[in-house]
Design a protein around this ligand. Sequence first.
Ligand code: HEC
Length: 145
Amino acid sequence: MRRSVLAAIAVLVSVGAGIAADDPIKARKELMEANGKTTKAVVPMMKGQAKFDLAAVQAALNAYIAAAEKAPALFPVGSEKGGKTEALPAIWMNKSDFEARFVKLGTESKAALAAIKDEASFQANYGPVLKNCGGCHELYRAKEK
Ligand code: HEC
């Protein structure tokens, strides 16, 4: 128990470095950008356009796990406006659904981290994790213009 808590903190610290808690909009965008960056390295592997790289896949899943744990606290009431946020008001009307989606992302990322050992298990297990990203953005993030 104690060890897993410490391990979780270590991941949070490495991914969360530089995130200012007093600016939740900036902090959550940085967290999401980290998700986006690591995902960009992995998507070509899914399409067979890049060589399978287990370390990059694990780095992406660890970024998702850290984001899933940190993100819910970065949507406080009052942060729906100000800054250049794409967060939609629906978040604050459906807070429990929104937060449950982060829990699901974390749980499925952890399961995928344990399941993915090679290219075949990567192809079988990675896609479903990514559905969590699009599923939440569809409802709670403004569309890109
Ligand atoms: C539970 C909801 C939720 C999940 C799950 C989620 N996101 Fe997001 N994401 C958001 C919201 C809300 C924003 C807009 C934040 C803002 O602008 O304040 C966002 C913004 C982003 C951005 C833009 C960041 C920026 O600089 O504006 C990227 C990239 C991104 N998400 C990638 C991902 C990836 C990749 C995943 C999956 C691993 C993911 N997200 C999972 C809710 C979610």
